[in-house]
Design a binder for this molecule. Structure first.
Ligand code: PRP
Ligand code: URA
Length: 210
């Protein structure tokens, strides 16, 4: 079974409380999604392998550690996942970015794919799928399926800001090899498959479409 990590860092929890507040406006909401993504990225990359190399400082020779192992890729699920990309790339400038466009059918809540574009060497990379919301898990499961079966990805981590227990269970059952990182696991889904208490429609709140 993949690992499920809930990040309880006080900064993350404080920023999350601002996202949840219905009075938070688009500008602040967008900024905070980015800040949370950066803090999550810091935790998600904590165990990346390093190797020792020798460099010359202005004073002496020093043995220093640099990133080793697989190159990284960030794959946002459109639209809302886009809000997490910029701050993550600023921390990992060499990461490549693939995009998967999925929206939930308003009646069935099943994901509908409308776009997919990946870097050519994505199968060799450690992939971080990013999406602020893990509700039924349908979108995440579809994205993981596409990356595994169409692109041959072997190493995938799922990063969501808020998850419903139903979504975590569904992803863990469908893809037991995937690690999931979130900042909160909420109570439940409502009859419209929205996370309760959640933060509402994340895409609409990031892009101001409602
Ligand atoms: C939201 C969210 C996830 C999905 C989660 O996207 O960003 O992708 O719903 O729900 P699920 O776990 O039940 O699949 P949405 O379909 O609203 O599209 P948008 O980002 O374009 O608004
Ligand atoms: N997508 C959202 O944006 N919010 C939810 O609560 C569920 C799915």
């Amino acid at each position: 079974m993949g690992k499920v990590q809930v990040l309880e860092h006080p900064l993350l929890q404080h920023k999350l409380s601002i996202l949840r507040d219905k009075n938070t406006g688009v500008k602040e909401f967008r900024e905070i999604v980015g800040e949370i993504a950066a803090l999550m990225c810091y935790e998600a990359t904590r165990n990346l392998p390093t190797k020792e190399v020798e460099i010359e400082t202005p004073v002496a020779t020093a043995k220093v550690k640099v990133l080793a192992g697989k190159k990284l890729a960030i794959v946002p699920i459109l639209r809302a996942g886009l809000g997490m990309v910029d701050t993550m790339i600023s921390l990992i400038p060499s990461a490549k970015v693939g995009h998967i466009g999925l929206f939930r059918d308003p009646v069935t809540h099943e994901p509908v794919q409308y776009y997919c574009k990946m870097p050519p060497d994505i199968s060799e990379r450690q992939v971080f799928i990013v999406d602020p919301m893990l509700a039924t898990g349908g979108s995440a499961i579809a994205a993981i399926e596409i990356l595994k079966s169409e692109y041959g990805c072997k190493s995938i981590t799922l990063m969501d800001i808020i998850a419903a227990p139903e979504g975590i269970q569904a992803v863990s059952e469908a893809h037991p090899d995937i690690d999931i990182i979130v900042t909160a696991v909420d109570e439940k889904l409502n009859e419209n498959a929205y996370i309760v208490p959640g933060l509402g429609d994340c895409g609409d709140r990031i892009f101001g479409t409602k």
